[in-house]
Design a protein around this ligand. Structure first.
Ligand code: NDP
Length: 283
């Protein structure tokens, strides 16, 4: 029977830390603030943004939404992003993706100030992660690392396997594990014999988007299994790991829901506070 990695509990601890940091900044006369930019009227995107705004309000972090209409031009969006970058009262900028058709995501992101890119989406922050410099890693892989660390099991020297190689989850998760001296393998849709790799993993991270892809027979007994997948199946949210067969084999396992997701939300807040602290000379 695996130990359950309780994302809700870890998120509650992070929330307390964040609240203390907000108060410390306010005592120094700094009102930390996250600005959210959303283009168009996709209901799921607006729902996501609203939940982030509630998270900010919950800890006293100021937030402002900039909603552009679906027919806004790329030039208007870039102008807004640059204005927020230049505004000293703004510490974090969250650009809700995907952008509407016709807008070039990479071109827009090139105008986002990396010091305020608290979601770690810019090339500058990807480069910082790759080269070991100071920056912001994307929130989901940072959450994955927080869950792994919460087990207390040393990462150094372990075989870590990341299934998925996206820019927002898989690749940065692999870089973060490498930074902590794991021996890292990245698997993807063209990997031959996925199970041969996963069975060798002391730490297994699933970031795929295929419900139940990782089954118990693909897991090394005692492994740490962290599931970043979010899939809707028959009206329920499930991960990429088949929890029922994986849980008796793994040593530690994060559930879906209640694992990576709640911690990811708090890491966005923590990154915004780090940005506010750095921009105000208290790193
Ligand atoms: P992408 O679709 O961008 O990437 C999926 C990756 O999985 C790709 O690298 C793909 O390989 C690989 N893959 C697909 N099928 C297989 C397979 N059968 N075997 C092995 N690898 C496979 O997804 P994301 O990285 O954006 O998201 C991954 C999951 O994480 C999703 O469920 C998403 O909802 C969730 N997510 C969760 C977040 C959270 O906070 N918990 C935030 C963001 C995402 P290839 O590169 O070859 O195509």
């Amino acid at each position: 029977m695996a130990n359950i990695i309780d994302g809700k509990l870890i998120a509650a601890e992070l929330r307390g830390d964040c609240e203390r940091r907000v108060n410390a900044l306010k005592e120094r006369g700094v009102a930390p603030r996250l600005d959210v930019v959303i283009v168009g009227d996709d209901p799921a995107s607006h729902q996501y943004v609203n939940s982030r705004l509630r998270d900010c309000a919950d800890i006293g972090l100021e937030s402002e939404t900039h909603a552009l209409p679906a027919d806004a031009t790329e030039a208007e969006l870039i102008e807004l992003i640059e204005a927020l970058g230049a505004d000293n009262s703004v510490h974090g900028i969250l650009l809700q993706l995907p952008l509407p058709k016709g807008m070039d995501q990479d071109r827009v992101l090139a105008h986002l100030d990396p010091d305020k890119d608290v979601d770690g989406l810019t090339v500058a922050n990807a480069g910082a992660l790759y080269t070991g410099r100071q920056g912001f890693a994307p929130c989901t892989p940072s959450s994955v690392m927080t869950l792994i660390r919460s087990t207390g099991v040393p990462i150094k020297g372990k075989n870590a396997v990341v299934v998925g190689r996206s820019i927002v989850v898989g690749k940065p998760a692999a870089m973060l594990l490498l930074k902590e001296h794991a021996t890292v393998t990245i698997c993807h849709s063209r990997t031959a014999d996925l199970a041969a790799h996963t069975k060798n993993a002391d730490i297994l991270v699933a970031a795929v988007g295929v419900p139940g892809l990782i089954t118990g027979d693909m897991i090394k007994p005692g492994a740490i299994v962290v599931d970043a997948g979010i899939n809707r199946v028959d009206g329920k949210t499930v991960g990429d790991v088949d929890f029922a067969s994986a849980e008796p084999v793994a040593g530690w396992i994060s559930p879906v829901p209640g694992g990576v997701g709640p911690v990811t939300r708090k890491i966005l807040l923590a990154n915004t506070l780090t940005a506010a602290e750095r921009l105000n000379g208290a790193d």
